[in-house]
Ligand binder design. Structure first.
Ligand code: HEM
Length: 217
């Protein structure tokens, strides 16, 4: 076994802050929705707005980091071993079969993760954030008549925003379950805290070689 540095400092900071903000936004958001009372409506609205600006700022930082470090390439979708990965989660995992793919510093996401995280970044988060911004600016647009958005009913914006929020909550539950399916139930979570993970040496060298080859192509 070899200790490999998988998640860099910024990545870990971004991951945990994004997770905390999304959880806080769902707690305050569903209070605004009227599902329960924790902070009181006025405070929930205020906290939701502050946290949403923090999330927007964090996402801009993360985009900048992914582009400047080239880490965005980790999310390029691939069908190689995708079927094996799906079959593993559906059956192999329950029979104690080995993981079909190994994590390495150069390729930290398996083919299923690449697809799911890309969908999360390109669909789910944008739907929730864009509808959230429209929700926030709705009255301003309405009063000033700058943009003809008043024709678009607020209920429709709220619908997309709530749908995005519910899907994000579903994502979160599945995501947390998936994190427990590593070498040990806590190895993936530990890696996202410390950055380091114990990885099979043989696989590590083999996979990194393959990654370098495909990068050269
Ligand atoms: C940057 C992202 C976001 C922005 C700009 C945003 C903005 C808003 C705004 C303006 C409202 C109306 C209440 C208010 O005036 O504060 C709202 C409601 C809500 N938000 Fe967000 N939000 C964001 C992210 C999220 C996330 C990540 C979740 C949950 C995962 C969420 C869940 C909700 C829910 C459930 C409501 C109530 C919808 C309703 O019933 O009308 N929001 N959001």
């Amino acid at each position: 076994m070899q200790r490999v540095y998988i998640y860099k400092g910024f990545e870990r900071f971004w991951h945990w802050l994004q997770a905390s903000l999304i959880m806080f936004l769902s707690i305050t958001g569903f209070e605004v929705h009227g599902s329960y009372t924790i902070f009181g409506f006025e405070k929930a609205v205020e906290y939701h707005r502050v946290a949403s600006w923090m999330l927007i700022g964090l996402i801009f930082l993360a985009i900048f980091w992914h582009l400047t470090t080239g880490e965005w390439k980790q999310y390029i979708p691939t069908t190689k071993k995708l079927k094996e990965q799906i079959m593993y989660y559906m059956s192999g995992i329950f029979k104690g079969e080995p993981h079909p793919t190994e994590k390495t510093g150069l390729s930290k996401l398996n083919p299923l993760q690449r697809l799911v995280y890309l969908g999360f970044k390109l669909l789910l988060v944008p739907i929730t954030i864009i509808s959230g911004i429209l929700y926030m600016l709705y009255k301003t647009f309405d009063q000033n008549n700058i943009i003809v958005i008043e024709d678009y009913p607020l209920e429709a914006i709220a619908f997309w925003h709530t749908l995005g929020a519910i899907l994000l909550m579903i994502f979160l539950v599945i995501h947390v379950y998936m994190t427990t399916t590593g070498k040990t139930p806590t190895s993936n979570i530990q890696a996202m805290i410390t950055g380091w993970e114990e990885i099979d040496e043989e696989h590590q060298e083999h996979n990194d070689e393959n990654e370098k080859k495909s990068e050269k192509k």
